[in-house]
Design a protein around this ligand. Sequence first.
Ligand SMILES: NC(=O)C1=CN([C@@H]2O[C@H](COP(=O)(O)OP(=O)(O)OC[C@H]3O[C@@H](n4cnc5c(N)ncnc54)[C@H](O)[C@@H]3O)[C@@H](O)[C@H]2O)C=CC1
Ligand SMILES: O=C(CO)COP(=O)(O)O
Length: 342
Amino acid sequence: MHEPKRHKITVLGAGAWGTAVAIALASRHDVLLWGRNPAQMATLEAARENTDYLAGYPLPPALRVTADFEQACTHVTGASADEAPLLIAACPVAGLRPLMQQLKERPIPNVVWLCKGFEYETGLLPHQVVREVLGNAVPSAVLSGPSFAQEVARGLPCALTVASDSAALRERVVSAVHGGSIRVYACDDMVGVEVGGAVKNILAIATGASDGLGLGLNARAALITRGLAEITRLGIALGAKPATFMGLTGMGDLILTCTGDLSRNRRVGLALAQGKPLETIVAELGHVAEGVPCAKAVRELAKKLGVDMPITNAVAGVLFDGVSASAMASQLLARDPRNELA
Ligand SMILES: NC(=O)C1=CN([C@@H]2O[C@H](COP(=O)(O)OP(=O)(O)OC[C@H]3O[C@@H](n4cnc5c(N)ncnc54)[C@H](O)[C@@H]3O)[C@@H](O)[C@H]2O)C=CC1
Ligand SMILES: O=C(CO)COP(=O)(O)O
């Protein structure tokens, strides 16, 4: 039986996902949500709602918010071991390195990140970025899986996976997050969990484009399945365990993001099918769509590693090389036949 314990938790990043996670944890723990924009955090405090990133989901009275980075850090660095502190980074991949640099000289107890992607400039996975900045001494973990912010904020059921090579941190994350309507599974395959979370966003753009073109449910199922093959090939080349891709952060998140209209990445694909320019789509979205920078990073990485990723290449072609969505579909169909399991 899972023993509930009260934790001191700081969530760094007040976008849709950071806000939803803070809302979900505030009824069980002492949670402080930090956002980098003071004006936005003042509005959030006054309205007790994140009208910019998660409108319609009131903050529970127990959830405290701040724009003061010092206060956000002290909440966990000043906590006793008994208060089992947890530091959660809820920024996009692009913000991870700067955020870790801000944390570098502080005695943080651990760090858990929620972002999904490869660092655009370096092609590194989030755990590699974190270790490059903080070194290996700080226990670190990734928490990922199929989880739309709006559903988590509403308290609907979801299941996540925490991956870390620190058994103690895995246990702490499970202790803090598992409970209520959230189940948390644990594993030690950080590479597999991060590759699944990153590449599914690219495939959500592909399925969105296919659905937007009216190519049908058969095409959608084909893209998801061949997308999983693509994710698995890249993951294995990077040292992941193949079984991870059949789990929540692989197949689970892939299905959710490719089929759920709450997905921002899927919505990018739907808009590409209408012929909208990428700049317009990104501006109208108002949130990150990690699949966009990730498509470029993964295309380059796969080329370097000699991994065949035709759907990723096709999506990158539409996003960055002026290929139309319908030409993308034709190009994918025109490829030579291959052995399904190769
Ligand atoms: N929204 C969702 O349902 C889920 C999102 N995620 C992942 O979580 C990450 C964040 O996504 P969202 O919160 O949804 O994005 P969002 O677009 O709703 O909000 C992004 C937030 O990050 C902040 N930010 C941007 N750059 C930053 C930096 N350098 N330092 C600190 N903060 C920075 C922005 O000010 C904003 O508050 C992404 O990697 C996303 O893939 C994961 C699971 C679910
Ligand atoms: O990662 C997510 C759900 O698990 C959210 O996906 P989007 O970023 O496409 O909205």
